[in-house]
Ligand binder design. Sequence first.
Ligand code: COA
Length: 174
Amino acid sequence: MTSPEAVRPVTSMPETTLREMTWRDIPSLTDLEPLLFADDAWSEQTWWAELAGRPRRSYVVGERSGTVVGYAGIDCGGEVADVMTIAVATCARGQGLGSALMRWLVAQARRAGTEYLMLEVRADNALAHRLYSTAGFSQLAVRRKYYQPGDVDALIMRMSLRDLTDDTTEDVTI
Ligand SMILES: CC(C)(COP(=O)(O)OP(=O)(O)OC[C@H]1O[C@@H](n2cnc3c(N)ncnc32)[C@H](O)[C@@H]1OP(=O)(O)O)[C@@H](O)C(=O)NCCC(=O)NCCS
């Protein structure tokens, strides 16, 4: 994604487009965060700081009829890229947007020349775990009782980008 104007349809969802996140999205994001991440929602200040981290950080939003219904972000700083966040509004789930955002993250990591893409997920987050497993992530380590409150383990997952074929790059539907 090279500019905020680079809006392209997500093929499986004609009404949904992916575009680069801008500071104008911050009010929508701060409204969505507590609904999607009850225990550790990012604040307005966090979003400003994340967007200030570009180009090392990059963020995308999924938009439907002018409304932000999903978003994702990545940090590409060397051999390893880290998924910073990925989320889809409850009303837009189960329609492929999470998978489209994941393909965008993988494409960003490959463009940056990284060898691995890593992420951290709550052990009790079955939907996210399924999304990541399908995308090609495998579990690398467990941080016991990492998430508080609740003593929930954190799963560290990793995907090797070296093993991907060129066809996978072409599979980015944004
Ligand atoms: C995880 C999340 C991003 C998935 O978004 P999504 O748009 O629903 O994802 P998709 O529609 O692409 O579906 C991804 C997979 O989950 C499955 N899925 C989605 N919704 C489901 C549901 N309600 N029940 C069962 N499976 C479901 C899909 O079938 C698909 O699996 P498949 O590829 O094996 O068929 C979304 O649930 C979310 O935002 N959760 C809250 C935020 C969060 O936990 N983020 C991750 C932090 S680590």
